[in-house]
Design a binder for this molecule. Structure first.
Ligand code: NAD
Ligand code: SAH
Length: 404
């Protein structure tokens, strides 16, 4: 773990992020973010460091911390400091240190911020209210963060403009689905060194992430069971060829369990006693609430049997294994989404920050402007050498006609 390894990781990521490279080239010349202080709270690893660097090249002072106590890569943090970004995160910090790092950024009066899950937004609204009138706006990276923002807005508790980057099509279609789909399995396989083919995989939640995780489980040769609470998503899973059942029925059958719901206690006390010996449990949804870790610690003793695997022995001597302490397995026990995926998500972030600076938005929750969403997809296609058809003028006329 050194400055050099962090530097190499950032360089490797940068060389596979062509959209950010294009934005970087423009930002470096135009300096559209001049005089801004931007606070970024996203898992502090190489791709995030590259985003921070691009914002810095755009003229901003950039403050950076992680969005989870277990996902910071200290070597990357060290390396990005040398490139002019001030960092505040440490791998394995306590919850208190985590909150202090958010506060340390807010004490520097940022006028734009990027959040991932809502913690920074919450600190701003609860402990740094005096900053609210001066904040130009923020961007939210993930589904659960957007749910919290909607709830704030409904309850008249959202006092800054926020852009829901998560809901852009060039984010959720690719990051949540293909990014989570691949990175979750990379992490599970690297952490456990176990085979997936022939096993039964239970995926809780058939949203964007759940679709990706189950699609990749099927491709690895697993039998896949989906648990859901939404009738339409359940029908979709059924039509996609998966078994659908409640968690209580799936519990005794599964070898691997992956929660991606954004909900709490999806695997809880009533399931622990049903789950079979030696099953592997992990979460790729929000923080560590989807598997009821508190309850598991109460009913069992945990010991670490391999890095990032805790083995819990239940009173009947059965063993249940939990990966990455029930936190996001793909980031706490891996490098997160593949580089090219984060290129899409972070290009959206960079362009939305630029948009916030000039748009003079009122407090409220906004979608990513369609022009930005499409621009990112266009740049990606360009980088892949893929060209597509254009509508002819007569086709435009035909599509806009109200009578044919
Ligand atoms: P989504 O809203 O598209 O899907 C969530 C699904 O879970 C929905 O279909 C919902 O009906 C279902 N669900 C909710 N409660 C449930 C319960 N108790 N039991 C079974 N199913 C339930 O959301 P998404 O974009 O797929 O994101 C899911 C979670 O993953 C969020 O917390 C999000 O922030 C997080 N996320 C993680 C990563 C990562 O890198 N690990 C990436 C993107 C999103
Ligand atoms: N702070 C919360 C938020 C969930 S993180 C938590 O730790 O539980 C989910 C987000 O992480 C996704 O929306 C995705 O865009 C982001 N992510 C996935 N891989 C990443 C990576 N390699 N680097 C940075 N962010 C990543």
């Amino acid at each position: 773990m050194s400055f050099e390894s962090g530097n190499n990781k950032i360089n490797w990521a940068s060389s596979h992020m062509p959209i950010l490279k294009k934005i970087d080239e423009r930002f470096s010349v135009e300096k559209p973010l001049k005089n801004l202080t931007i606070a970024v709270c996203i898992h502090l690893e190489a791709k995030t460091a590259r985003l921070a660097e691009v914002l810095h090249h755009g003229g901003a002072s950039v403050l950076l911390t992680g969005s989870n106590t277990l996902t910071t890569q200290d070597d990357v943090s060290m390396a990005i400091e040398h490139r002019g970004v001030q960092t505040f995160a440490k791998y394995g910090c306590s919850e208190e240190e985590y909150t202090n790092s958010l506060d340390s950024m807010l004490k520097k009066n940022p006028s734009i911020f990027i959040d991932d899950g809502g913690d920074l937004t919450n600190r701003l609204h609860t402990h740094f209210k005096h900053l609210l009138p001066k904040v130009l706006g923020g961007c939210e990276e993930t589904t659960t963060g957007v749910i919290r923002l909607k709830s704030r807005e409904t309850n008249n508790r959202l006092h800054v403009p926020m852009i829901s980057v998560n809901n852009a099509l060039s984010k959720c279609l690719f990051d949540n689905r293909y990014g989570t789909g691949q990175s979750v399995w990379t992490a599970i396989m690297n952490t456990t060194n176990l085979i997936v083919a022939g096993k039964t995989v239970v995926v809780a939640g058939y949203g964007w992430c759940g679709k990706g995780v189950s699609m990749r489980a099927k491709a690895l040769g697993a039998k896949v069971i989906i648990t859901e609470i939404d009738p339409i998503k359940s029908m979709e899973a059924h039509m996609d060829g998966f078994s659908v059942m409640p968690m209580e029925k799936a519990a005794p059958i599964g070898d691997f369990f992956i929660t991606v719901t954004g909900c709490k206690k999806v695997i809880s006390t009533k399931h622990f006693s049903l789950i079979k010996n030696n099953a592997i449990l992990c979460n790729a949804g929000h923080f560590n609430v989807e598997i009821d870790m508190e309850e598991l610690h109460k009913v069992a003793v945990g010991k670490t049997v391999r890095k990032n695997i805790q083995e819990f022995t239940l009173p009947d001597n059965k063993k249940i294994n939990v990966l990455a302490q029930g936190k996001l397995v793909n980031l706490a026990s891996g490098d997160g989404h593949p580089v090219e995926i984060m290129d899409l998500s972070f290009a959206l972030q960079a362009l939305c920050v630029e948009y916030i600076k000039s748009a003079k938005l009122k407090p409220g929750l906004y979608n990513v402007p369609k022009s930005i969403d499409q621009k990112v997809a266009e740049l990606k296609l360009q980088s892949l050498g893929i060209s597509i058809d254009q509508l002819t003028p007569s086709q435009v006329e035909y599509l806009n006609a109200f009578e044919i």
